[in-house]
Each structure stands twice: as C-alpha cells, then as structure tokens.
Design a protein around this ligand. Structure first.
Ligand code: ADP
Ligand code: MG
Length: 442
C-alpha cells in the first residue's frame, strides 16, 4: 500500500464522507524519493485541504516513514479536473447502506490473517481472532485487544472482519475508529438524526471499534456506545475493540464501560521478538517486490525494536534505495538508508529523561537513583537506567558514567549485569523490555 493510500485510510476516519468525496478523492498523489507530491484539481480544493486536513496528511505520512516527510503541493492548471459533482455521482453507489445499497465495511482488505506474521508475541491474539472470525462464542464477546502502537491491533481487527466476510458475505461487518463513532454521533445529534444513527449501529452483525481510548472524557458518546454495545451483545453479535491499554487503565472512561469492555476476553499483543521481527521484515520486503537476504533482515530487526510500523517504514526505505541506486539490498545499503532513523531515535532521548523514567517506574526519587547509596532497591534500578542509556542512545560509556556520577567501568558492569540477569529473571526482563519500549516510543 502506498503512502497516499495510508493517508486516505486515516482521513476516512476523520472526515465526513461527502467531504472526502468532494475534496480529497480528486487529489492526485505520487511519491518520489521520500517526498509526497499532491496535485489539487483547483485552488478551492487546495485551500480546503490546507485548512481542514493537511496536518493529518502530514502526521500520517510522518508516522509511516518515521521522520518528517516533505509534502509538495501544487494546483493542476492543465489537466481537466474531475468535477466534484461528477465524482459525487460516480462514488455514490459505493456509499454506505441506505435504501438497499451494498453495506460498506470500511475494512482494509490487505490486512488479513495471511499477511499477519505470527510469533510468540501475537500467537494467542491471532488464534483468538481466527476463532471468533469463524465461530463466535459468548465467552470471547467482546474481544478486547490491547497493545502499544504499531503492534498489529488494527491489522488483526481488519483480518477478523475480512475473514468473516469471506465466510459470510452477507454479514454486516463494520470497522471504524472510536473517533469516527463520536463524530458520527455528534453529526447525527446536530442534524436531528439520532434515531437513524442508533438503528444503523444496532443493525450490524460484527462491530469492530478501533482505539477505544479515544472515548475517554466523552461522556455522551460513551453512553451512546454503551447502549449500542448492549443491544449488539444481547443479540449475540460479535464486538471487537482495540485499545492502547487494559480497560481499567483508561482514564476518563466510565466504570460501567470499563467493566463491559473487560467482560469478555481481553488479550494483549506484545513486542515481537527478534525472530518474528526478522520474519516480518522479510515478508514486508517481499510485498515491496524485493528479496532481503537474512543478513539484512536480521540487521534491520536488530536495530529497530520498538514496533512493526517502524519496521515497515524501514523496509520501504531500504527497498526504495535499492531500486533507485540499482544496488543489492546489503547490510551496508540498509545502514546508509536508515542512518537518519537511527540518529533521530537517539537524539530524541536524553540521559536525564531515561533516569527520570526509570526512577518513576521503580518509585524512587531521581536523587536516590543518582546517589551513592548501595541499597538493594536502588542498585537494581540504577543499573537498569545505565543499561538503557547505553542501549538507547549514542552517548559514550564515560558520558553515561558522568551523568550518574560514576566511572565508565561501572556502566560497563551494569550493562553486563542487566543483560545476564535478564536471561534468568523473567520479571526483570519484562520490566526492562517495557521501559525500553516506552522510552523508544516517546
Ligand atoms: P496498531 O493498530 O497496533 O497500532 P497496526 O495494526 O496498525 O498497529 O500495525 C502497524 C503496521 O504493521 C501495519 O501496517 C500492519 O500491517 C503491520 N503489522 C503489525 N503486526 C504485523 C504482523 N504480525 N505481521 C505483519 N504485519 C504486521
Ligand atoms: Mg491501530
């Protein structure tokens, strides 16, 4: 899927359909050497997009590439624009179901079980997802999938929907973000159409709601969603939700909703391990039409550990470089192509930030963490902070030593100690991975 398709996907959830059709679909887009060029059919489209969604396009593009993408904007003076009206008519037949038209699911058809690489980190989540796609069962209703960003929640959710439609093409499967639910509801209220809003949502066979953390603080929407949820649930319709954390940890969600969310099956997706990351890299490369040898795949998997979206961006980058430079995708080439991603990562993290985060995590003060005290409750966290500093930044051992008022050999010792202990002590390993993940994801 191209960068622009990703942007369209994001906009679909942000914008009203008529706006999408009128203002966004007439845009032509092409990618060139990491730049995204947008050509507007006329200046009013350009003005509307700049005012209403350019920032979303920029953000989506940046998040896919993992760095700031240059957007080129221009108005097409020569090419006859497809008039918005024409577009509107052309597209109307694909609009969501009213009056007997085909029901629109808003699923991403490329995100299927086939393209979802399985590993220890997501095995159970995938198995559960496959199970409910084919055989709904009350004990896994609702299915609540949670994880940090870019670990495959949205992908799995789409896979469930796609699989269900494959087996039951007549089912009404609806995928949407919680933001979209909120904006639909607000619009329905404004236009006095809340009854048809309700009946639309309650007529669905499978409801997939992505990123329910965005319901936080929106009480009216939560109430409406609560009722929709209950109706579907009572009618034995499958509900799947995703979230960036466990239900009870979402601030700003009513207690009854939290308990509803956790009432079926809650399942986390963890960070993929090295082998899975390498398998994902290889598969993404193949999707891009390029074979990365195992050495290059391992190199990428080893250096980018924070999430799958980032891996994808890296593969795209390496593939583009190999194509443009007409070179083999070697480790050397990958190093060059990804140089700024590595730098951007490291620049972003200060040693102080790592120290503070680790201190908070272990509930000790920063002063204690940096003190000379050798108390057990302090030595461990201090070593973890040093090891993270070494692993996540480019600072030298002496520089890290300075930041902890210690000598570089102490830092070296800490790194070795932490990596050895992690091998046998599962709890420390989990803590260390969690901190690393949080720090690398800002
Ligand atoms: P999340 O919703 O958890 O933030 P996504 O589902 O959007 O994450 O995943 C980010 C990107 O990584 C998507 O393009 C998705 O297809 C891809 N991805 C995530 N996990 C896997 C996996 N196990 N196998 C293949 N692709 C994956
Ligand atoms: Mg998602």
């Amino acid at each position: 899927m191209g960068l622009w398709e990703h942007c369209l996907g994001a906009l679909e959830h942000r914008l009203k359909e008529e706006d999408l059709i009128t203002w966004v679909q007439p845009i032509k887009a092409f990618e060139n050497e990491g730049e995204l060029n947008l050509i507007f059919p006329n200046s009013s489209v350009a003005a509307w997009v700049k005012k209403n969604c350019l920032i979303d396009i920029q953000k989506t593009a940046d998040s896919i590439y993992g760095h700031s993408v240059q957007l080129g904007l221009s108005v097409d003076a020569l090419d006859l624009p497809a008039s918005s009206e024409e577009n509107l008519l052309k597209n109307q037949q694909f609009m969501p179901s009213s009056g007997g038209r085909k029901f629109t699911s808003y699923l991403n058809q490329f995100q299927t079980f086939d393209t979802f690489i399985e590993g220890k980190s997501n095995q159970i989540a995938k198995a559960v997802a496959q199970q409910i796609a084919s055989n709904p069962d009350t004990s896994s209703n609702p299915l609540f999938l949670y994880s940090g960003v870019g670990l495959g929640k949205t992908h799995l959710m789409n896979a469930i929907g796609n699989e269900r439609l494959k087996q039951h093409p007549d089912h009404k499967v609806l995928y949407l973000s919680s933001e979209r639910f909120v904006s639909d509801m607000v619009r329905a209220l404004r236009e006095n159409k809340i009854e048809s809003f309700k009946s639309y949502y309650r007529s669905i066979d499978m409801l997939l709601v992505d990123d329910v953390q965005f319901f936080a603080g929106k009480e009216r929407s939560q109430e409406e969603f609560f009722h929709t949820f209950n109706t579907l649930f009572q009618n034995h319709k499958q509900i799947v939700m995703t979230c960036d954390r466990y239900p009870k940890d979402v601030d700003g969600l009513t207690e009854r909703l939290k308990s509803r969310f956790a009432s079926g099956l809650t399942q986390s997706i963890d960070l993929p391990d090295m082998e899975t990351r390498a398998a994902i890299v290889e598969s993404k490369a193949r999707e891009q039409g390029i074979e990365l040898g195992s050495e290059t795949s391992l190199f990428i998997a080893e250096h980018l550990q924070s999430n799958v979206r980032e891996l994808e961006g890296a593969v795209r980058r390496v593939a583009a470089s190999a194509n443009i430079l007409k070179r083999e995708p070697t480790v050397e080439l990958a190093k060059e192509a990804l140089k700024d991603i590595f730098v951007a990562h490291n620049k972003a993290l200060s040693l102080e930030h790592i120290q503070k985060r680790v201190a908070d995590f272990y509930r000790v003060s920063l002063a204690e963490l940096l003190s000379k005290s050798r108390k057990r409750g302090l030595v461990g966290p201090r070593q973890v902070a040093m090891a993270l500093s070494k692993e996540l930044t480019n600072f030298s051992l002496p520089a890290i030593g300075d930041a902890f008022s210690r000598d570089h050999t102490t830092v070296m010792h800490a790194c070795r100690k932490v990596s050895e202990t992690c091998k046998n002590d599962n709890r420390l390993d989990v803590e260390f991975q969690k901190l690393k993940y949080e720090l690398s994801n800002g």
